[in-house]
Write a protein that binds this ligand. Sequence first.
Ligand code: CP
Ligand code: NVA
Length: 298
Amino acid sequence: MTQDFLTIEDCSGSQLLAMLDLAQTLKTERAKGIERDSLRGKTLAMIFEKPSTRTRVSFEVAMNELGGRAMVLQKTDLQLGRGETVADTAQVLSRYVHALMLRAHNHATLEELAEYASVPVINGLTNLHHPCQIMADLLTVREHCGSIAGKVVAWVGDGNNVCHSWMQAAVALGFTLRIATPEGFEPSLEMPESEHIIFCVNASEAVRDADVVVTDTWVSMGDDDTLSRRMSFLEYQVNGELMAQAKDSAIFMHCLPAHRGEEVSDDVLDGPQSVVFDEAENRLHAQKAVLLWCMGAM
Ligand code: CP
Ligand code: NVA
């Protein structure tokens, strides 16, 4: 059976854990030079409405290493960029390729693509969700902290796409997510209240004795970059002083790209608690598992 992966909620907690186990196995196998070709003959088309380094390259390498291939389609190079509908594009591309990945400004565009595509659709980031990032992040937490269940993750910064996917993961997997955002930048995701999600009044309250500290850019792709926006975030920089309030064993995470001296100081990003490059690497391993799950090859 094939499946879409539009949000973390597309999977049950046990499916998420099975995908993380598979990702870990694939990572270990790759380190030993063991190859798999489960996606031989399969093609992934990736459509980008916004720039990307990690998502684009890790998906392309993942497909290659699983025996398939990937093509990168910038929206402006497609007829989609001059008015062909999402629905028609979905139906046409479904006749050529075996899966689609979309990085879109609006989550509704992704949902429309998925509605009309007859092949699995994967979310490569929208304004509302970044589930592939969170699969890599969960893999990273498991590697560095052991099991994710029972851990305390502190989210400091903008409550948008990456934060939303963390929220869904906290509920699915039963860890605690403490969220500290400036006023006006709270998560917009509608979710039932959960004991696993705690809203904090400031960054210190979120970070105190946390196992994991996570942040993201103050100005996401598509946001207006205004002085007042930046001023709102000044108290939300993850720096040495803030990080010192987490557990001594705490790790620092960031989906990258980082804006050094803004949401994170250099000493934290480059410091011993930072696992950001493991996290970036894990996009590759986690997305192999996502691809195999979506294409019914797990
Ligand atoms: N973290 C992430 O999605 O990075 P890119 O924007 O480079 O794909
Ligand atoms: N929140 C960021 C994530 C980038 C990977 C953005 O949407 O630009």
